[in-house]
Write a protein that binds this ligand. Structure first.
Ligand code: FRU
Length: 371
């Protein structure tokens, strides 16, 4: 026979079980690995976009690793993801040639792999999402030719030579400039996508060339380094600077334009949300585009302020989405606990009634009618 003491114990166990169950997270349905080549503001924004988009899907876990511009480290990261058994991999290859074998290995193992932003030297990947660098730089070329009115000297500071955007940017840029015989490309230097490297390269360029009309840097970070080097020699006012990326935020591209350091910058689309949507389409066996090319637009003194204001508004909304998601998770956890407690109470109540033979109280007149 069950005693009251046993019932209390049972009740407590059910309560504890409920709390435990509600706190335990369900095993993810899909595990997605992200291997980033670099650790900078542009990559952070992409990671945030991926993570924010992942909030819209149930049971998805995203693990992001960065190799900090190191090819060997990135290949290791990719191998570790394979060993851990991820369901899908997203890779932004640092340099094309050294990372191609690791990406091919993932593909050959049947793990879906999305290559983002930078490319590899093979078509062994499931999907690609990234900027149309060639088109971006045709726009840059036209802008430069227009500002120089078809005549002048230019230096180009490129990204890491072995990374595909550096090659594509240059080809697009030259495609346009080659149509202007009076615009001369004095030199092209590898700034490795880094501010400090670009500053060093600009120092030598300033030394070599007494007259430079235009500096084109393939990202805004390198444009800032080049500007800084020119300012140290008091030559920054004698030339114009153009960059790419147009990131919002303190000190980044849009503000560099507002500060008058950059003449213009071109949006280097990030597309982290798009990458995540394609990842989910692949995992859920839906149709997806194999190649997604994202387009650009110029940011100059005419629209930089409005860009800044709109970006600030978007970032407030992003923050609200994250807060809302936190609240939904809290409510869901509370709801799960309540369900278990309710179930436990009903069980205990039912068991109690069976033991004590209790019945619901009847209305007074019915009670009297009982024999
Ligand atoms: C970020 C970055 C950007 C650049 C892109 C090229 O890591 O360096 O500044 O536009 O990569 O892949």
């Amino acid at each position: 026979m069950i005693r009251l003491y046993d019932l209390r114990l049972l009740f407590c166990l059910l309560m504890l079980g409920g709390v435990f169950l509600s706190c335990t997270r369900h095993a993810p349905r899909f595990r997605i690995g992200v291997s980033q080549c670099s650790d900078d503001e542009w990559r952070h924004q992409m990671n945030n976009e991926i993570l924010r988009e992942a909030l819209f899907y149930d049971g998805v876990e995203v693990d992001i690793r960065t190799s900090k511009d190191d090819n060997a480290r990135q290949a290791e990261d990719i191998h570790r993801f394979i060993e851990e058994g991820v369901d899908l991999l997203i890779v932004a290859p640092n340099e094309a040639a050294p990372i191609t074998p690791a990406v091919e290995e993932v593909y050959d193992k049947g793990i879906p792999i999305i290559v983002v932003d930078r490319k590899i030297l093979s078509d062994k990947y499931t999907a690609y999402v990234g900027a149309d660098n060639y088109e971006i730089d045709k726009a840059v070329g036209n802008y430069v030719a227009n500002v120089l009115q078809g005549k002048g000297t230019v230096v180009e500071i490129t990204g890491l030579a072995g990374s595909t955007p550096a090659m594509e940017h240059h080809q697009g840029f030259m495609n346009v400039l080659s149509g202007y015989p009076d615009i001369r490309l004095l030199a092209k230097e590898d700034g490795a996508w880094l501010r400090s490297r670009a500053a060093e390269k600009m120092d030598t360029l300033l030394h070599r060339f007494p007259q430079i009309d235009m500096v084109y840097a393939q990202n805004d970070r390198m444009a800032a380094g080049a500007y800084e080097a020119a300012a140290r020699k008091h030559r920054e006012q004698k030339m114009r600077f153009v960059g790419t990326d147009a990131l919002p935020g303190e000190g980044y591209g849009v503000e560099q334009v507002l500060a008058g350091e950059l003449d213009a910058t071109f949006i280097y689309p990030i597309g982290g949300d798009r990458v995540m949507q394609i990842a989910m389409d692949i995992l859920n066996k839906r149709n997806f585009p194999r190649e997604t090319l994202l387009s650009t637009s110029v940011v100059d003194s005419g629209n930089a302020l409005i860009m800044k204001m709109q970006n600030a508004h978007i970032s407030t909304l992003d923050g609200k989405i994250e807060t809302l998601n936190g609240k939904i998770n809290q409510y869901l956890a509370r709801y799960a606990t309540q369900q278990v407690v309710l179930l436990g109470s009903l069980l205990v109540f039912g068991a109690g009634c069976r033991i004590t033979g209790c019945r619901l109280p009847l209305p007074a007149h019915q009670e009297q009618a009982e024999p």
